[in-house]
Design a binder for this molecule. Structure first.
Ligand code: PLP
Length: 493
């Protein structure tokens, strides 16, 4: 068990010493209101500088991170983000700008917005994108507000949004926040949208059908053209949750498949370190007919240069302050400029190849959710291990002992004991083989020594945490300790 820095305290030890005071000292009570003065000194750890450095360096090395470990979190795309994107985002000329600077002084950044917007539109086959939304879920909300504004403009107040039962939880949540009722349609036994169920759900109240393609099982929705036709025949719009664009970039354009609105997760697909709740970007793209409803401001290019159009009569308005998470947008632009048209296609091809390699190598020991070619991620289950009393959680925990971050587990919800594995395109065959060996070793352990798995991990500083309580009732405070006598003397009473 790692001790807390507070437990390592040595009363009287110091990280630094200040020279003696060369000005008169004053009693804080003379200059500060009495009620603002502390009654007792803060219970801070007393340590040397080296103690502190070693403590935190050690803690930082206990982390699993993409720079240290394979990190196959499906649906999240924890891929490698080239360091050049970080370098460009760190250029002072970009970093030191203020969002309220006049457009004439930020022409470079406006050009980045403009060109990124054009690239994303080209990649997705959409007419235009807005770069404003701050995450995927925020892009969903923007997209649904656009759909609402469109239907209202057409004079029809439609009330429902349809989502497949395999959808990510943000889809129904965004629909509710946009003021819609949510209808769920079941998947068929191939893990795809059940066309008959969709047809039964569609009616004159349907505003939008939200679909993820490839879906959350990592499978391409092969009936997409039929789906689009049925949705459009019902007068509704087809929305793409573009979180899985990693499999499509450079290969297929959602606009060509019949999608009217979509969002991208730049932090999943176009290079931004992802995780820990850090900043993200979820640009929303639309077909020509929907462009008047896009959020403002819009970047325009004229003879005189680039400018921001602050209002448009039918726009849904602003989704956030200023113009979006600019440095995330800059990373995406850098990424696309480095890779180019050919490069992004190779990224998608390698992502699909890597996922299918894992799928083929794991399928003897692990049950596949659906036995079919996958796109950039695949879903396996612990169905073969369950009779031995070994569950997905146990396998995930045991992977930590082998030095691998576990895949996404228990998602999608429609698969029992799911493990959703996304290797991403940047992993070498050697790394993938190492992961496959560990998974196969674990499958063998499940046969021979299930207890070893049920008590894993064995190599980490803490074992099994109560994750639900930690999430619902986080207790981030360290319990108060008695005041150290060495400090209390120095606080005036
Ligand atoms: C990640 C994800 C989202 C939500 O995106 P955020 O950027 O986390 O808000 C929505 N749908 C799917 C399928 C996702 O994987």
């Amino acid at each position: 068990m790692e001790s807390l820095i507070f437990e390592k305290t040595q009363p009287g030890r110091r990280g630094y010493t200040l020279p003696a005071l060369d000005v008169p000292s004053i009693d804080p009570a003379q200059v500060l209101p009495r009620e603002s003065l502390r009654q007792s000194p803060p219970a801070l750890p007393e340590m040397s500088e080296l103690d502190v450095v070693r403590h935190y360096t050690r803690l930082s090395q206990l982390n699993f991170s993409i720079d240290t470990h394979f990190y196959p979190l499906g649906s999240c795309t924890m891929k490698y983000n080239p360091k050049v994107c970080e370098q460009v985002a760190g250029f002072t000329g970009f970093k030191a700008l203020h969002p309220l600077q006049p457009a004439s002084t930020v022409q470079g950044f406006l050009q980045v917005y403009y060109e990124l917007e054009r690239s994303l539109s080209e990649i997705c086959g959409m007419a235009e994108f807005s770069l404003q939304p701050s995450a995927g879920a925020h892009g969903e909300l923007a997209g649904l507000l656009i759909a609402r504004a469109y239907h209202k403009y057409k004079g029809s107040a439609r009330k429902t949004v349809i989502v497949p039962d395999s959808a990510h939880g943000t889809n129904p949540a965004s629909a509710m926040i946009a003021g819609y009722q949510v209808k769920s349609v079941k998947s068929d036994n191939q893990g795809r949208v059940d066309l008959q169920a969709l047809e039964a759900a569609l009616d004159r109240d349907t505003a939008v059908f939200m679909l993820t393609n490839p879906n959350t099982l990592g499978l391409f929705e092969t009936q997409i053209k039929d789906i689009a036709k049925r949705v459009h025949d019902a007068g509704a719009l087809l929305y793409l949750d573009g979180a899985n664009m990693n499999a499509l970039v450079g290969l297929i354009r959602p606009g060509d498949l019949g999608f009217d609105i979509m969002h991208l997760n730049l932090h999943k697909t176009f290079s931004t370190p992802h995780g820990g709740g850090g900043p993200a970007a979820g640009p929303v793209g639309v077909t020509q007919a929907l462009t008047p409803f896009l959020p403002v401001p819009r970047v325009r290019k004229t003879e005189q240069g680039y400018s921001l159009e602050e209002s448009a009569p039918l726009s849904i308005g602003k989704m956030r302050t200023f113009n979006g998470n600019s440095l995330i947008l800059l990373r995406a632009h850098t990424y696309l400029r480095c890779l180019g048209r050919e490069g992004v296609r190779k990224v998608s091809e390698a992502a699909i190849l890597n996922a299918n390699y894992l799928r083929a190598k794991l399928k003897d020991r692990y049950q596949l959710a659906i036995d079919d070619l996958c796109m950039h991620e695949c879903v396996v289950t612990a169905a073969k291990q369950k009779p031995k009393g070994v569950r997905t959680l146990d396998i995930a925990k045991r992977l930590l002992d082998y030095g691998f971050h576990p895949p996404t587990i228990y998602f999608p919800l429609i698969v029992d004991e799911a493990m959703m594995i996304e290797p991403t395109e940047t992993e070498s065959k050697q790394t993938l083989d190492g992961f496959i060996d560990a998974m196969n070793q674990i499958a063998q352990e499940a046969e021979q020594n299930p207890d070893l798995l049920r008590t894993a991990p064995h190599s980490t500083p803490v074992r099994r945490l109560d994750e639900v309580t930690a999430a619902r009732q986080p207790n981030l405070r360290w319990k108060a300790v008695p005041v150290h006598s060495s400090c209390s003397k120095r606080i005036p009473k």
